[in-house]
Write a protein that binds this ligand. Structure first.
Ligand code: GLN
Length: 530
């Protein structure tokens, strides 16, 4: 029988509920439990697919093609699991399902209401995550802050789960801010008390409080929190800001969070094996030399828009004992006159994914600079497409080469919608989720992946136009990865250059702390080897 952990947030948002949940997941997984994670988001968008990366951060994509919140990336990277559509559920998705069922007449004439219809739909998502994943423990993060109007149906639903499954199968963890008041130099427990009171109004008594705070707090604050939040003292966990988010599992391990969970669940854990994790953290701390990558993108105002790319660069860096820093360049700022100046000291250029024409020129010039100056280049999705357009215009002298994303009636659609404009047979409007790439022999891609077949995740609409393949190949670009079933280009490389590789898929989604994705690995390695 599956066990359930629900994580709520209190006082303010942005406290790292996702990191807390993932870290607990790491501890439980390393103690022999099978873990599945899930996030409920109270907003009404059906999924984050259409939300602006500048507002909401990156859209993370799972193997089964769900467009999800960036927290899912943390879950996958920390716990090293592959999540699914069951892992990211917004209020919008729940309401949509309920309303569609209502239209189909599935409620048999009943008055459709938030309680029980919406709450039942939420509970079903929790239970189907358990059935489908066959995990021992499902960790569910409730987005937002307790007290928000939007999150109430979720709070009611998890209360009901506890009623249905009982105290030894359901744990409520409340992650809340314990503020420090500079003037009176003391920590204040009142906001947490209020937040817990708010939960109690909804019938939820938290079992564990994770107090997010800034410095070591004294025993009497813990005693006070325990007393007024109605929990045993050892169930008050203190979570400080760590130097790296990857140190959070260690901090929670010291306070036995996983053991407190196991005790309430009445389960026996194996010895917690944190060796690999500790080694990774050691590598982070021992990586002192810095290298700076130039990342030319459209949404650099909010670095969360490139969260998985950043983490992937870091993981690859740690593998070689270096800290990778990023010089963020707004693609819109680059032009023919200034791009040399912007890029002159670069050791590596990365052009990430993106949508729309804005910033195209900047990315195009970044690819040009990298190709002409033999600077390591990693292009991701749109970063591959602009590299192809650049090659077409400047090497093949096809002056008007373009993508039909930008110019619909271009005479030279190097990048185009393939499959007779109908993408339904390969995943709807966007090509989403994991696809098989076959890798050509004797290519850099083969060397990097050390395999001739890989699975990587996609999120795009346009593809390289095969009509131009021969010309490109004659001029020195290799198509080293192909999705054979539909004959689509997945990886390009220019062997003449030290490292010029780009992929139609998003390699950043499959990087893990101790296993950077091979493209990132090769990119960083090429920068470090002269
Ligand atoms: N806009 C491009 C496409 O849809 C690239 C998408 C991306 O970079 N994720 O094909």
């Amino acid at each position: 029988m599956a066990k359930y952990i629900f994580i709520t947030g209190g006082v303010v948002s942005g406290l790292g509920k996702g990191i807390t949940g993932s870290s607990l997941g790491v501890l439980l997984k390393n103690s022999g439990c099978k873990i599945f994670m899930q996030k409920f988001d109270p907003y009404l968008n059906v999924d984050p697919g259409t939300m602006s990366p500048i507002q909401h951060g990156e859209v993370y994509v799972t193997n089964d093609g769900a467009e999800t919140d960036l927290d899912l990336g943390h879950y996958e990277r920390f716990i090293d699991i592959n999540l699914s559509k069951n892992s990211s559920i917004s209020a919008g998705k729940i309401y949509k399902d309920v309303l569609e069922a209502e239209r189909r007449g599935e409620y048999d004439g009943a008055t459709v209401q938030v309680v029980p219809h919406v709450t039942n739909a939420i509970k079903n998502k929790v239970y189907s995550a358990a059935t489908e994943s066959q995990a021992d423990i499902i960790i569910t993060e409730i987005g937002g802050t307790v007290g928000d109007i939007e999150s109430q149906p979720f709070i009611e639903a998890i209360r009901e789960v506890r009623m249905e499954k009982g105290r030894d199968s359901v744990i409520f963890i409340h992650v809340a801010l314990l503020p420090f008041l500079g003037v009176s130099t003391e920590y204040k427990t009142k906001p947490i008390q209020h937040s817990v009171k708010e939960l109690l109004h909804s019938g939820i008594q938290p079992d564990i409080i994770v107090a997010r705070t800034t410095g070591m707090i004294d025993e009497n604050i813990i005693t006070k929190l325990a007393m007024f939040c109605n929990i045993p003292k050892q169930n008050v966990i203190v979570a400080l800001d760590e130097k790296s988010i990857y140190q959070v599992p260690q901090a929670l391990e010291k306070q036995n969070l996983h053991k407190i969970v196991a005790e309430q669940f009445k389960i026996k854990l194996q010895n917690t094996d944190m060796n690999a994790w500790n080694l990774f953290v050691k590598k982070i701390n021992e990586s002192t030399k810095e290298i700076v990558i130039h990342l030319v993108g459209k949404y650099v105002e909010l670095q969360d828009a490139y969260l998985s790319v950043m983490e992937s660069l870091k993981f690859a860096g740690y593998k070689y004992g270096v800290k990778v820093k990023i010089n963020w360049i707004r693609a819109q700022d680059l032009n023919e006159e200034n791009y040399n100046e912007y890029l002159k000291n670069t050791v590596g250029i990365l052009v990430p994914g993106g949508f729309g024409e804005r910033g195209f020129l900047g990315k195009f010039l970044a690819a040009k600079y990298a190709r002409e100056n033999n600077i390591p280049y990693l292009g991701i999705c749109l970063g591959m497409q602009v590299a192809c357009i650049e090659f077409a215009r400047n090497v093949l002298k096809i002056g008007d080469a373009n993508s039909t994303e930008f110019v619909t009636n271009t005479k030279n659609p190097i990048i185009d919608i393939i499959e007779g404009k109908n993408r339904e047979n390969i995943g709807g409007t966007l090509r989403l989720g994991a696809y098989k790439t076959t890798i050509k022999n004797n290519t850099l891609a083969e060397k990097l992946y050390n395999s001739d077949e890989i699975m990587e995740r996609h999120r795009h609409r346009f593809e390289f136009n095969n009509n131009y393949r021969e010309q490109f190949e004659k001029a020195g670009m290799i198509f080293s990865g192909i999705y054979e079933e539909k004959n689509l280009v997945e990886i390009i490389e220019i062997p003449k250059n030290k490292f010029f590789v780009a992929s139609q898929y998003h390699p950043e989604f499959t990087s893990r702390p101790n296993k950077p994705n091979p493209l990132f690995d090769g990119f960083i390695k090429s920068i470090l080897t002269t």
